[in-house]
Design a protein around this ligand. Structure first.
Ligand SMILES: [Zn+2]
Length: 140
């Protein structure tokens, strides 16, 4: 076994329920689903974080996730909406350090959702937004 459970799945050393696979990615059922139909899309080449992920592969993960979202809506599973979610870094909630894009079927009353922090709802000034935009632009 490697120290990456997703690499173990890709190598066939750990079980998975695959829904899609190609030369760049695999998609399989999350073993701890938020709702039935919760799929993970992962790159075939190990990348612990977005910073390590080839941008074309990243685009491909989204392409496949978009297709899966359509499939989930057509699947007959309870699915009134879809969340795409990617946690990059421990502080963001990443638990397995092999990039994975969640495709989560959602429906009213499913109980899942984001929790907002105490600063949420305090609108920054335009000057503050512009200052922050400058910082991000400068880092591009
Ligand atoms: Zn891995």
């Amino acid at each position: 076994m490697s120290n990456c459970v997703f690499c173990d799945i890709l190598a066939g050393r750990a079980p998975s329920s695959v829904v899609f696979a190609d030369e760049q990615c695999h998609a399989f059922m999350d073993i701890q689903p938020v709702n039935p139909g919760h799929v993970l899309v992962i790159p075939n080449d190990h990348a612990a974080s977005l910073a390590e992920l080839d941008v074309e592969t990243g685009a491909h993960l989204f392409r496949v996730a978009q297709r899966l979202a359509g499939a989930l809506r057509e699947s007959g599973l309870q699915c009134e909406g879809i969340d795409l979610f990617l946690a990059d870094g421990q502080a963001a909630g990443q638990e397995v350090f092999h990039v994975h894009l969640h495709v989560i079927p959602r429906f009213k009353g499913d109980g899942f959702g984001f929790r907002f922090g105490p600063a949420y709802g305090v609108r920054p000034s335009r000057a503050e937004l512009d200052r922050i935009a400058d910082r991000v632009r400068g880092a591009l």
